[in-house]
Ligand binder design. Structure first.
Ligand SMILES: Cc1cc2nc3c(=O)[nH]c(=O)nc-3n(C[C@H](O)[C@H](O)[C@H](O)COP(=O)(O)OP(=O)(O)OC[C@H]3O[C@@H](n4cnc5c(N)ncnc54)[C@H](O)[C@@H]3O)c2cc1C
Length: 299
């Protein structure tokens, strides 16, 4: 193990982890970012709700800017995947990966989440063209006047259909269930919001074929066409390094925190999509600012 006792290990180098690196660097603390390069920012064709970018900014460019910002304050990033996190008797932490071991007084976990993806032909190009979108909070505004489909089971799919119907668009819920399986009260709410429900679950989805944004073949053979599809199949929050240490998490994997972003494990802080809150870039940055400052104040 590297003998140096760092002030803070930042695990994850996306929106939250790199913002934390800027704060730690400017506080003149010894920190390192351990990141395996899978930030959700890379999947964003153009974000339009990050403060300070009135014309929007492409996700990969924002990620590059955040990396350059962290590098300016000499917080190094190591490309690695942390496999194990231990808490020692003195309360410090050791992170291990195939590339090394790091020892620090505090850990800021910013490992994010992954979208559960449906099988869709032409998926990558469809995301770039805005035919497949993942985050109506981020880009529901862009769907005004469009034919929009939401793909998801009762619960998440239903909530997202109601949410998307706010923008003067034509929304259809691809329910992945039969009408009989949906609660009658929920059916009434959808009807009131003008959301249609597909007559049977989807069988096949393809994008960008013959100039059609999204074509959905249902199990009953009917074919529907849309401008935009929102898969609403949920997120897998990357909480395992923390829950293995006993950190409390919600059933969906989001980690519970106190007002300073500390988990139920002393000295283990979290920021961004892996923490309980709205999954947004500005929220990730806010978490990182709060957590880094709390850690700095304890060093
Ligand atoms: C298509 C799409 C569009 C979006 N549009 C917007 C938008 O317009 N506005 C907005 O505010 N938000 C948007 N979001 C959400 C936004 O991308 C996330 O909220 C944000 O990236 C969260 O930051 P984070 O740092 O928590 O996670 P991430 O940015 O995902 O970073 C987490 C990092 O941790 C790394 N990691 C995970 N586990 C380990 C490990 N064990 N060891 C080392 N590294 C690890 C990952 O590889 C990744 O690099 C969008 C998301 C998607 C998918």
């Amino acid at each position: 193990m590297d003998d140096e006792l760092l002030d803070c290990l930042i695990i994850g180098g996306g929106a939250a982890g790199l913002t934390a690196a800027v704060y730690m660097g400017r506080y003149k603390r010894r920190a390192v970012v351990l990141d395996d390069g899978g930030s959700r920012l890379q999947r964003i064709p153009r974000t339009r709700n990050v403060p300070g970018f009135p014309d929007g900014i492409e996700g990969p460019e924002l990620l590059e800017r955040l990396r350059a910002h962290a590098a300016k304050y000499e917080v190094p990033t190591v490309r690695t995947r942390v496999r194990r996190l231990q808490r020692l008797e003195d309360g410090s932490f050791v992170a291990e990966s195939p590339e090394g071991r790091w020892h620090a007084r505090f850990v800021l976990l910013a490992t994010g989440a992954c979208d559960v993806e449906p099988e869709i032909e032409g998926m990558h190009a469809a995301m770039q063209a805005g035919h497949v979108r993942y985050c109506p909070i981020c880009d529901g505004y862009e769907t005004q006047g469009q034919r929009v489909a939401v793909l998801g089971r009762a619960g998440h799919g239903l909530r997202e259909s109601l949410f998307v119907a706010n923008w003067g668009n034509e929304v259809t819920w691809l329910a992945m269930a039969t009408h009989e399986e949906v609660d009658p009260a929920d059916l009434a709410r959808l009807r009131d919001a003008g959301v249609r429900i597909a007559e049977s679950p989807p069988h096949r989805i393809e994008c960008g074929v013959d100039g059609v944004g999204v074509r959905v073949e249902l199990q009953n053979g009917q074919v529907l066409e849309f401008d935009t599809l929102y898969p609403a199949l949920g997120l897998k929050h990357a909480c395992e390094l923390a829950t293995t240490l006993g950190a409390r998490a919600r059933p969906d994997g989001q980690l519970e925190v106190d007002a300073h972003q500390q988990t139920s494990v002393e000295g283990l802080y979290v920021a961004g999509d892996v923490a309980v809150d709205l999954n947004q870039i500005s929220v990730a940055a806010g978490h990182a600012a709060i957590a880094s400052t709390a850690i700095h104040n304890r060093l």
